[in-house]
Design a protein around this ligand. Structure first.
Ligand code: KG4
Ligand code: ZN
Length: 352
């Protein structure tokens, strides 16, 4: 019997609907909200209103593109947190309302867990979840998480950021350089013409940081020092110098962030003796991170799993895919669920 799942994602500033038929993505509609640009960050109330405005048309488009009718859906899955409470509530309430109207079950999905499994989203052919544990680096605008993932979809958190998330480090330092929000993709683009060795910014809690005590067996991250360092360094430069060397500065910031992410991920892989690594979340779209992680994995004889290009940043295909994986491992869908804005990643996680 075929299984059609509608996924809905509204945790932040992307409104997305996707349909998965028998585990394969048939549509993945994403609308990125532009209304926040002039504010330099996401305005929660505007985000909720925008999700509300677009929800029906996005879901209609996802169902139409998948070439099915709504009454052929078997399950609706939606992000239940973590995220902005109003934004999550719009998608979650809509999803539950539609499931009720169609008399089909509903499954709440943890947004971060959906990112973790996004490298295994299938468009036809694709990688199944590995049959042995692997290390996942999940890096987004709100989270920086290192975990060891098991084949039953459970995972143990080994490290996390103590302050800013990796995406925030990109966005905030980019803002200091006068780049628009979100600055991550812009820094990625600019860096292609820049020199990553132009200036050495600090890499906290790594082998290059000052204190050996703070780094030993420490799989946590800290990016607030980098932010301060970029700010104080920029304050000492003239506007003309900054403008002239914008690409070099961007490349140097990116090198510092990527260097930390790769070093810590490889250290966990070594310490846990796993054979594979995956990267996920918005920052996993970063070309320098993908390249550096690939080189490190090749050197260490490890497999690397990365999401397809549209599945790094927020999307509903990852929500539907995790629902499908959970079903295949015996999770029973629900009829009602409450929003959990601070759900963090506790749902399926064990603390390492
Ligand atoms: O996963 P995501 O879409 O939303 C959250 O769940 O937060 O991640 C958004 C983050 C933003 O901080 C954005 O700047 C960053 O991912 N990002 C990138 C790139 N594309 C998106 N950072 C670096 N390089 C990129 N190419
Ligand atoms: Zn996300």
């Amino acid at each position: 019997m075929s299984m059609n799942i509608l996924g809905i994602e509204t945790s932040c500033d992307e409104t997305s609907g996707a349909v998965l038929c028998d585990g394969v993505v048939r549509s993945n509609i994403i609308s990125s909200q532009l209304c926040h640009t002039s504010f330099g960050g996401v305005v929660p109330e505007l985000a909720s209103r925008e999700h509300e405005r677009l929800m029906v048309s996005i879901v209609d488009a996802a169902v139409t593109e998948a070439n099915i009718r709504k009454n052929e859906l078997d399950l609706i899955a939606a992000t239940a947190g973590p995220g902005l409470i109003g934004a999550v509530m719009v998608g979650l309430s809509f999803a539950q309302g539609l499931a009720y109207a169609l008399d089909i079950p509903f499954m709440p999905i943890n947004h971060i867990e959906a990112h973790i499994f996004s490298p295994f989203i299938s468009e036809g052919a694709g990688e199944p979840v590995p049959e042995a544990s692997f290390v996942s680096l999940t890096v987004s605008g709100g989270h920086t998480l290192l975990s060891v993932v098991e084949t039953d979809l459970s995972y143990t958190v080994i490290g996390r950021t103590l302050d800013d998330a990796a995406g925030e480090a990109f966005d905030k330092t980019g803002k200091m350089l006068g780049l628009p929000y979100p600055a991550g993709p812009v820094i990625d683009q600019l860096s292609r013409e820049g020199d990553p060795f132009f200036h050495q910014f600090p890499r906290a809690l790594t082998s290059q940081s000052q204190s050996s005590k703070s780094r030993e067996g420490n799989f946590d991250f800290s990016f607030s020092g980098l932010k301060t360092s970029v700010l104080t360094w920029l304050q000492k430069q003239t506007p003309g110098f900054i403008e002239l060397h914008k690409a070099d500065i961007a490349a140097s910031i990116q090198a510092a962030i990527v260097g930390v992410l790769v070093e810590k991920t490889m250290a966990v892989a070594r310490s846990r003796g796993v054979g594979a690594v995956s990267i996920a979340g918005g920052v996993s779209a970063n070309s320098a991170l993908r390249q550096a992680m690939k080189q490190a994995c090749d050197r260490g004889g490890l497999r690397l799993f990365v999401p397809g290009s549209t599945y790094s940043t927020d999307n509903a295909a990852m929500i539907a895919t995790l629902a499908s994986l959970k079903l295949s491992r015996g999770t029973v869908a629900e009829r009602r669920y409450n929003v959990a804005p601070y759900a963090s990643f506790a749902a399926g996680a064990k603390r390492g």
